[in-house]
Design a protein around this ligand. Sequence first.
Ligand code: SF4
Ligand code: SF4
Length: 112
Amino acid sequence: PFDAMHIVDGVACVNVAKCTGCGACAAVCPHGVIEICSNTENKPKVLCNNTEKGALVMKECQTGCIGCMKCQKTCPSEAIKVTNNLAHIDYDKCTGCGACVEVCPKHVIVKA
Ligand code: SF4
Ligand code: SF4
């Protein structure tokens, strides 16, 4: 309702200047790809929503999370947990240090 969501080159992109965090987009996404988070400024994001096992991801996708747990083991704040083959960040614990970004072998975690 705020003209903040557009499809660019086949991918949903949010204009953060217009987004109010109302959650309307997350509510309608049939694949549950959109997550509403607060407290994420200057903190990395996991740009993957895949929950397939790593071997299949390696075969089918260049940039999908393979559930290797390197990020979880590296995080000094215990802010990342890999569940169901996918990394999740707890933004209440994350300090934005960027260690997970450096260690991810698939470049799934991005600090934008
Ligand atoms: S940025 Fe640092 S604190 Fe935040 S999830 Fe990554 S490793 Fe953990
Ligand atoms: S390091 Fe990267 S590929 Fe491995 S579990 Fe974390 S996000 Fe997934």
